[in-house]
Ligand binder design. Sequence first.
Ligand code: GLC
Ligand code: CA
Length: 528
Amino acid sequence: MSEWWRDAVCYQIYPRSYMDSNGDGVGDLPGITSRLDHLQWLGVECIWLSPTFPSPNEDWGYDVADYYGVHPDLGTLADMDALIEAGRERGIRIVLDLVPNHTSAAHPWFQDARSSRTSEHRDWYVWGDSKVEGEPPNNWTSSFLGSAWGYDEGAGQWYLHNFLRGQPDLNWWNADVRDEFDRIYRFWFDRGVAGFRIDVAHMIIKDKELRDNPPPEDSDFLLDHIRGQVPLYNSNRPEVHEIYQRWRALAEDYDESKMLVGETFVPSLDQLMAYYGQGDELSLAFNFPFLTAPFEADGLCALVERTEELLPNGCVPVWTGSNHDMSRLPTRWAGGAPDRTRCALLMLLALRGAVFLYYGDEVGLPDTDVPLDRLLDPVTIKLQPVLNRDAARTPMQWEASDGAGFTTPGVEPWLPFGDVAAYNVASQRDDRSSTLHFVRDLIALRRERPELRTGAYTTLYSRDGLWAWRRGDSTVSAVNLGESAANVDGARGTVLIGTDRARDGEKVDGALRLEPNEGVLVGEELSS
Ligand code: GLC
Ligand code: CA
């Protein structure tokens, strides 16, 4: 099927942390290629790589200095081509991470832009003048807190940076910027990339008049209160949709199989849905209200129902529980309880639509306790312990050996390992009852039972912490996130898989008792 992403199991890799092929303690592209067997065995269809471009790494790759290259720490363009080809041989597509909101201040475009007010790239960025002597042009705050404006001595103007000072925002009102990004898309599509994850997809175009943001009202989100303003004029602007229409048309010009998935970090589902357009904008839009919700049956059930209700015709949802910006799901959702982690994984893989797992989710890897003197993310250094992104970016744990199978024994990895003995791929592969096998078997079930991929979602009920739903006609999922045992009514057939694997194959006729933190998939026999 050409729109493969509609029900795909995708897997996010943080390239510096997946596999180090040359013993410098940093993961790289040849390393990823050498681990594709693991991903094929697991059954994932697509990999999203966090940014792979040359970058001074102020924001660890999200500050791009060249959109047409590969970061030397990660390898070469030839290594990228080899990864794409090796992926193709295994049925694994490669999706890159595009950062159109801003570049690195080290990007030659910005270097040129700041060189004079009449330089070729001056208007590629957002500049402003003080209205009050010495003050920034307006009150906008950076997503990382503090003013979103940096003063540039050279030409004596302020430039906008919605993130770090080293990440100047591009000016998406400028037609040349738009044309340049079309070229970037084509360059990578031509090399065989299957799509892009689009960084801060909701922010890229700003109010042309740079109007001040209003103060928050009581009913506004916590983050707005922390920032002291609602990002009305520097985020989620109506004009952004025209850009997605353009990009979707460009992608479909290749063929319908090119996917665009957006980091649409908007607080409400109503706002989120606009990014699908009428099915002519983003292929998939990450659901942050779901991702950031507490792991409670009622709330999650309501969010899933509402998502399904609001989705424009023919569009599909995308579910994810971990990424490189937040605490991993085994910690944040499951509080370190392995059974609860499995409930979360079962939920993600038994909902309708696409799923994104984050590297390490498959072994239930929790956050790593990174010592203060090893922290590398400037945002973590500023905001920890409230926000700790390094905790979720530590190296993949392949085996319980010196170097964890990630790097050469004796080499210090760029970020420290977590508990390698408790969470590693090799030991879990040897153990049929492990989380790793659980995830693999769930993914295999999605292949075997088409209704798990495409069947309609119907809530059966959510009560006392027990959430049960049906997929299609004959598959029922249930997770008990409450504190006491509960009965699932209305399920018939056989336990296809349980978080407690001893229950696999159990016959079910009407009622099934689930312990707290237990989940199951129950299915009637498929008529063939
Ligand atoms: C996105 C990325 C995050 C980065 C920010 C600025 O939110 O996911 O890691 O810091 O954009 O590019
Ligand atoms: Ca390396």
